[in-house]
Design a protein around this ligand. Structure first.
Ligand code: RB5
Length: 151
């Protein structure tokens, strides 16, 4: 269970599914901030990935949920922001394990790939699963070191 504020963002390909996710967050009483986009008009997913991920980077939000057509473009863009570990998922096992093993702080998926039922299940697992730490922390530290090395 999370009490933390969640950043939500999408492009036009994820707009409809973002609405379903927001409705679910509201049902669960989870605080969120919607960083757009706000219509199905064509737009560029890096802009929305950036807005939501900066909120995570700055600590205004604890995690991000990002949706584009496939989930891929928005996850690639999100992973360019230092400190963001974005996972593009289309199954519940990955959504759970990316928290346990990768301490992912952004969940990405595709509005043209997954239906609302699966998306909501992935969101719940992503929000409710804790990072395991231990041997996985060393690997996260190595990811952070790569970020520094090639900055
Ligand atoms: C937009 O048409 C589409 O390319 C975008 O939503 C996403 O799927 C990119 O990875």
């Amino acid at each position: 269970m999370t009490n933390e504020k969640i950043a939500v963002a999408c492009d036009h390909g994820g707009f409809r599914l973002k609405g379903e996710i927001i409705a679910h967050l509201e049902e669960r009483g989870i605080e969120y901030e919607d960083f757009g986009t706000f219509s199905e008009e064509s737009c560029d997913y890096p802009d929305f990935a950036e807005a939501a991920c900066l909120a995570v980077k700055d600590g205004r939000c604890a995690k991000a949920i990002l949706i584009c057509g496939t989930g891929i473009g928005i996850s690639i863009a999100a992973n360019k922001i230092p400190g963001i570990r974005a996972a593009c998922c289309s199954d519940t096992f990955s959504a759970r394990f990316t928290r346990m093993h990768n301490d992912a702080n952004a969940l990405c998926f595709g509005g043209r790939v997954v239906g609302p039922g699966l998306a909501v299940d992935m969101v719940d697992l992503f929000l409710d699963t804790e990072f395991e730490g231990g041997r996985h922390q060393k690997r996260i530290d190595k990811i952070t070191a790569l970020e520094e090395k090639y900055r």
